[in-house]
Design a protein around this ligand. Structure first.
Ligand code: UT7
Length: 319
């Protein structure tokens, strides 16, 4: 017995920045960004902290699940960087929601939510916990290099949350890492050690776009094949495909190779851009709130990201 999804929530940063807005402050255009990526606008934090976004998403998911703070056995937050490197953003969520349970963050870049689901699967399967709150939050606008037009235009900010309860909704899950630490990486602040001899680099995200692009489609295909096999299903059994929202051309390429009809492929990249670990969780909440999913529908979630991590899971909708 693993888990079922019993509640979802999300919170996007309020300010919407369009491609035309960006074209006013850097050498880019709506035409370049939209044809290369499918992105038209993204949400960018102004007054919001990562903690604020995470807490709002978590409150919404908890209320949607019908559970109370005291029912939650563990909080796992997938993020590349919260407001503080310690304590974990999951602790902020627990503090604000009044949860008294183990709480910690995981960093698997854009695959973070699937990695957190895999941890939750292990906990629930072992009988250790029954109700787990998974939160995802990224403020990509605070990580990217705003002088690098090839990467800063791609990303957005937001948080998502999912309440996982003991149940038989999870049909299969698979995570991987093909180790490479140079395709996408973000330098960290070096601190003030007087003994440090390593070079202080600009603490921003670096990405080799074309290398990542090549990795993306094959990694997604490999994860999908692995998880379908684990679940004993085929693509014909999948009702909705929720891929990581990195690039519309990557999504279209994957959907075509899987033979999925366009109406089965869910996207929000047009208005959200790439929100790393939080892309799929916001997408899930968005379509859950639109009542797109019917009981028994099988959702295939797949992601890839820095590391290079990847992962996929198949969840039957039982809410
Ligand atoms: O979750 C993280 C995962 N990340 C990804 O999945 C990213 C995967 N990669 C991609 O999506 C694409 O590689 C990008 C969208 C990042 C870039 O698209 P591309 O078709 O690979 O473009 P490119 O990097 O080869 O650049 C082509 C041209 C260059 O100009 P020249 O050298 O041909 O004159 C760039 O300088 O486009 C130029 N360029 C831009 N022009 C206008 C790069 N960024 C921009 C920009 N606006 N924002």
């Amino acid at each position: 017995m693993s888990f079922r999804i019993s509640g979802t929530g999300s919170r996007l940063a309020e300010k919407v920045v369009t491609n035309d807005d960006l074209a006013k402050i850097m050498d880019t255009s709506d035409e370049w960004i939209s044809t290369r990526t499918g992105i038209r606008s993204r949400h960018i934090s102004t007054y919001e902290t990562a903690g604020y976004l995470a807490v709002e998403a978590a409150k919404s998911a908890l209320s949607d699940s019908g559970l109370k703070a005291e029912d939650i056995d563990c909080v796992i937050c997938a993020t590349m960087r919260g407001d503080t490197f310690t304590p974990a953003t999951a602790c902020k969520v627990s503090e604000e929601l009044g949860i008294r349970a183990p709480a910690y963050d995981v960093n698997a870049a854009c695959s973070g939510m699937i990695y957190a689901f895999d941890i939750a699967d292990g906990y629930i399967r072992s009988g250790k916990y029954e109700n787990i709150l998974v939160v995802t939050v990224e403020q990509m606008s605070k990580l990217v290099d705003w002088e690098d037009r090839a990467s800063c235009v791609l990303f957005g900010d937001g948080a998502g949350a999912v309440v996982l309860q003991k149940g038989d909704g999870l049909k299969g899950i698979h995570i991987s890492c093909a180790p490479s630490t140079t395709m996408i990486y973000g330098d960290s602040f070096c601190g003030t050690s007087i003994y440090n001899t390593t070079q202080e680099a600009k603490p921003v995200l670096h990405m080799q776009g074309q290398e990542v692009y090549k990795f993306a489609v094959s990694a997604m295909m490999a994860e999908v094949d692995a998880v379908l096999e684990r679940a004993g299903l085929t693509t014909a059994d999948i009702d909705y495909f929720l891929p990581h929202q990195a690039n519309m051309r990557i999504i279209d390429g994957a959907a075509k190779r899987l033979g999925l009809k366009p109406e089965r492929v869910l996207t929000n990249i047009q208005t959200c851009g790439n929100m790393s670990a939080t892309s799929i969780s916001v997408l899930l909440d968005e379509y859950a709130k639109k009542n797109t999913f019917k009981r028994g529908d099988k959702l295939l979630l797949v992601a890839f990201g820095a590391g290079m991590t990847s992962g996929a899971c198949i969840v039957e909708w039982q809410a």
